[in-house]
Write a protein that binds this ligand. Structure first.
Ligand code: NAD
Ligand code: WQD
Length: 339
């Protein structure tokens, strides 16, 4: 198949584009490069030994997007493009709703006009909000607690309405838990702009000497070691989940929701220990107050994805940290490190 990957030069998009090329699909990436560089795609092509097509277009530019659809004749879309920083979404809600929700509406209109009605969408465990019940199951009510999360919830609603109105649409809503790690080659990985918001990239930058220490947000949670528990998932496992969803959509219509997680939780201190082991030295940290809006524990029930897609995550926390470290060590300044 020929797959359009929006946001394909970003962290998860680059790993998924590689997996698609490796599986024999043709790949067309659309990205406006607000939060990524084209170097990731140069490296994806080098790893795959195959070319992909790249168009620097904003999703909100319907004319530009139409031109891509006219030129490329794609079969399906994997839709990663979006802004994802929770704190920034609180400060700039209109920017987030316009880009994420508006961008998706534009994309859907262009897809419909070109009779491409298969989409795999990057949703997030954030749609479950601060639920205290674990594991999180797809049928639970959604209750996102910040503007970023609400863009994901709203896009899920829009896609559900579109699918209900027109049975020709085949849609997968994939709710990712905490994507981490990097391709084992160390050539592609997560390259956040500015101060990382997420734990793993922050830990990696401390380990490589770019930052002094990790602030552990809260050590008084009702968990065995007092720190927050999350379901970290290797980005290569996550990429494979997208291929499994695409295969499913080739055989089934309708709108489907799946959690993509491991089903296991790890605490912040467990992540620090695993990363220190991978790096071969202790990563310094200090306890700090809880971060507002954080749940104590969040992990997936991934059994629907296994039952429907035959997909499950196989990589361990140690592998996630080893691969994340290899990428950070080989590219201390991310893609700006060069070569
Ligand atoms: P990323 O920022 O690395 O990738 C997103 C890409 O989208 C970037 O390359 C950016 O330049 C591009 N983009 C943004 N707005 C665009 C627009 N209007 N037009 C064209 N391109 C645009 O992020 P990521 O971590 O790879 O995340 C991919 C998707 O997965 C996002 O939708 C994100 O919300 C979702 N997600 C991420 C996580 C996570 O922790 N990384 C967890 C759950 C869900
Ligand atoms: C993980 C754990 C923190 C940083 C976020 C988004 C969610 C999704 C994934 C996109 C928590 C602790 C963190 C630090 C720390 N993204 N922590 N020190 O909050 O589970 O989810 O990313 O959809 O929407 O909210 O991930 O990596 O920020 O935090 O102690 O410097 O690490 O308190 O327990 P989170 P995270």
């Amino acid at each position: 198949m020929k797959i359009l990957v929006t946001g394909g030069s970003g962290y998860i998009g680059s790993h998924t584009s590689l997996a698609l090329l490796e599986a024999g699909h043709d790949v067309v990436v659309v990205d406006n490069l607000t939060n990524s560089t084209k170097t990731s795609l140069d490296r994806v092509q080098e790893l795959a030994g195959r070319r992909l097509a790249f168009h620097q277009v904003d999703l909100l530019d319907e004319k530009g997007m139409s031109a891509v659809f006219e030129q490329e004749q794609v079969d399906a879309v994997i839709h990663f493009a979006g802004l994802k920083a929770v704190g920034e979404s609180v400060d700039k809600p209109l920017y987030y709703y316009h880009n994420n929700v508006g961008g998706t509406i534009s994309l859907l209109r262009v897809m419909d006009a070109h009779e491409v009605r298969t989409m795999v969408f990057s949703s997030s465990a954030t749609v479950y909000g601060a639920s205290e019940e674990v594991p999180l199951i797809e049928k639970m009510p959604l209750d996102a607690v910040n503007p970023y999360g609400r863009t994901k919830e709203q896009i899920e609603d829009i896609l559900s309405d579109v699918g209900a109105a027109d049975p020709r649409w085949n849609v997968a809503l994939l709710r990712y838990f905490n994507p981490v790690g990097a391709h084992p080659s160390g050539r592609i990985g997560e390259d956040p702009t500015g101060t990382p918001n997420n734990l793993l990239p922050f830990v990696a930058q401390v380990a490589v000497g770019r930052r002094e220490k990790v602030m552990v947000f809260g050590n008084d949670y009702p968990t065995p070691d007092g720190t927050g528990i999350r379901d970290y998932i290797h980005v290569v496992d996550l990429a494979a989940g997208h291929l499994a969803a695409l295969e499913y959509l080739a055989r089934h219509g309708g709108v489907h929701r799946w959690n993509l997680g491991t089903g296991d939780g790890s605490s912040v201190l467990e992540v620090l220990a695993a990363f220190s082991a991978a790096a071969g030295h202790d990563v310094p940290y200090e306890f700090a107050p809880r971060r507002p809006g954080d749940a104590a524990v969040s992990y997936a029930d991934p059994s629907s994805a296994l039952a429907d897609l035959g997909w499950s995550a196989t990589r361990t926390l140690d592998e996630m940290c080893e691969d994340h470290w290899r990428w950070q060590k080989d590219n201390p300044q991310g893609y700006a490190s060069g070569a």
